[in-house]
Design a binder for this molecule. Sequence first.
Ligand code: GLN
Length: 350
Amino acid sequence: MINSRRMTTRAAWLSAILVTTSVVAVPAAQAQAPAEINAALQAAYGKYKTLQAGKNADYIPALAKVDPNLFGIVLVTADGTVYSVGDVTTEVSIQSISKVFTMAQVMGEQGPDVIANTIGVDATGMRFNSIIAIEGVKATAGAGAPEMNPLVNPGAITATSMVKGATSNEVWARIIGIENDMAGRQLTVLQDVYQSESDTNQRNQAIGALMLAYGYIKSNWQQAVDLYTRQCSIGVNAKDLATMAATLAFGGRNPVTGKVVLDAKIVPGVLAVMATAGLYDDSGKWLFRTGLPAKSGVGGGIIAVSPGKFGIAVISPPLDDAGNSVRAQNAIADISKALGGNPLAAKPRS
Ligand code: GLN
């Protein structure tokens, strides 16, 4: 490139600087030694293992029965190396973390902008199952971009309704398919959670019916709510979640299996929505603290993404008032800080 005849002297000069810089820069993937990563994981695990703050979600009865002491941390790097500490094999229900992948599936099927143009990508500033948030959208309809996003229940149920498929089974195959590919293994639904949530999800049914009434869901809201409930009941362990996070960290290619799961074009949009709304109405606080696009679920999992560096996940069921795992937030914040994971923090040039 530097030798190209058409290149101006100035451009060649700039290009030479860039080449020189990239030679001396440490590639992001090699920024941390394995010992440093293990030490960061161990330190966070030791520090928060006995922290007793928060409480299991209990509005879905099955979630109240999960062991609150369950605590596992997994971090996956560019070469697919899996670092872990604590319980990394026990499954919990993925819950709202599934919303990320259904959103990605819809973007993959209909283009990167489809979610922004239909559901919206703005924070509601309200709880994840707020009905007032839906009424707010209705009140401002036509007055600008919708203030909604696919990571709160109304937007998530709508996103599920947008996944292609002639039958419920066909839609489900696509939903579980993308989750399997992100995790790198065959996942299954935790039937007790699915049953428990199906028996008690009248509020989500109301949300589905309202989203149909206001034109977001085009038809069959019952099917959308059922598939949404099923996707939330998929069982995952901390390694599954960290692999999913790492697939987002490395442009849509699962670094453990090598499979390209998402078109790299849609990944920045997915991460932007996670940064905006991944931890519900505490998303701003979280971004301020860590800079990391992330997503929580009421099953106790949180995934977080340091683009180009690592994907991390923690499972610990007790939640704070906003519905986010207390130990998971603390552990991820500490580990990312120790490893320089904040994508918003650039070192001043010397
Ligand atoms: N299935 C749950 C619900 O709809 C998901 C909520 C969550 O994880 N925040 O209430």
